[in-house]
Design a protein around this ligand. Structure first.
Ligand SMILES: [Zn+2]
Length: 196
């Protein structure tokens, strides 16, 4: 009788097999980080698009698309984190179909590409360098448009804006630059997937 009780407490062969399988399964999230940078020249006769928002200004950014440096930097950071190259490879500025395109559309397409590769965005941090105009009041709207384009919460997006202290081409108001850092996560269920 005593023997029967003690053997019933031991895990069965089947239970041990299951445990061994569970040990082999990756249970941790996988993360990747990427950086993006973009710069466009300020010229007369163009709208100024930053972070998906039209910002009233005397000049706008020159480019094949709407020249939204903020969204381009974010696209590059996302693609970089996923190991998928850069924005120029995916949306060449020699292709007529991207002429004048809203960069929110490019952002959505980039998001689709990383979702297909089983990545999800954890957070986006952006730094805009512009001598003028002042961007403080437009930051909430930019957050909204970026979060909407990436289908994430606004709390996952942070925007910083500053001047270049009058130095260089940014200080001379010849152009606007943006930097972005993105963290991607891959849910545990997909951790066994080949990273691409
Ligand atoms: Zn650009």
């Amino acid at each position: 009788m005593a023997r029967a009780v003690s053997s019933s407490r031991l895990p069965s062969k089947e239970a041990m097999k299951v445990k061994a399988t569970q040990r082999k399964k990756p249970t941790q999230l996988s993360f990747r980080t990427g950086i993006g940078h973009d710069v466009h020249r300020l010229i007369l006769g163009r709208k100024l698009m930053l972070g998906g928002v039209e910002v009233p200004h005397t000049h706008g950014l020159d480019g094949h698309s709407d020249a939204d440096v903020v969204l381009h930097a974010i696209c590059d950071a996302i693609l970089g984190a996923a190991g998928l190259g850069d924005i120029g490879e995916h949306f060449p500025n020699t292709d007529a179909k991207y002429k004048g395109i809203s960069s929110v559309e490019l952002l959505k397409q980039v998001n689709k590409k990383i979702q297909d590769a089983a990545w999800a965005i954890e957070n986006v941090d952006v730094m805009i360098l512009a001598e003028a105009p002042k961007l403080q009041e437009f930051k909430p709207k930019m957050k909204y448009h970026i979060a909407f384009g990436l289908n994430i919460e606004q709390t996952q997006v942070n925007i910083k804006a500053g001047t270049n202290e009058g130095l260089g081409y940014i200080g001379a108001k010849e152009g606007i630059a943006a930097y972005a850092v993105v963290l991607l996560k891959r849910p545990a269920a997909h951790c066994g997937m080949q990273a691409i």
